[in-house]
Ligand binder design. Sequence first.
Ligand SMILES: [Zn+2]
Ligand SMILES: [Zn+2]
Ligand SMILES: [Zn+2]
Length: 145
Amino acid sequence: MHKLKKKINSLQVKCPNEQNGCPALFPLLRSEEHAESCAFGLVVCTNDGCPAQVMRKDIGDHSQSCEYWSEMCHMGCGALLTPANRDQHNCYMELKETYNKQLHKLRQKARRMESLSSQMSRQIQLLSEVLEGTEEAEGVLLKWL
Ligand SMILES: [Zn+2]
Ligand SMILES: [Zn+2]
Ligand SMILES: [Zn+2]
């Protein structure tokens, strides 16, 4: 009896997914193991509401084109992306990021201008102090006028 069981278990069987194209041949004992990983076994699409049953080897392709595919926008804007809108999803988070970068640049520019103009007004101040303070400067000033 025991021997028979052993014999049965070591019997080479064909994969039940043979009609789907699976060429596997394995001991009966292994059939469960194989069924779980068989590339030709049918699996259900994990996308919510999708009725598709595809072979395990095709599930990757399927979920890329599955019309039930959906995913929250990775930018964190809260939008649910679907195949219908993912290509034209104009993410405002992305816009915001670009806007913030530009704003940052503008602020830097403004700061540079500010320090430049305060440098200039300091120089003008100094110049006028010098000019007011000396007779020589008065002469220069007169020539200019
Ligand atoms: Zn198989
Ligand atoms: Zn699907
Ligand atoms: Zn988004």
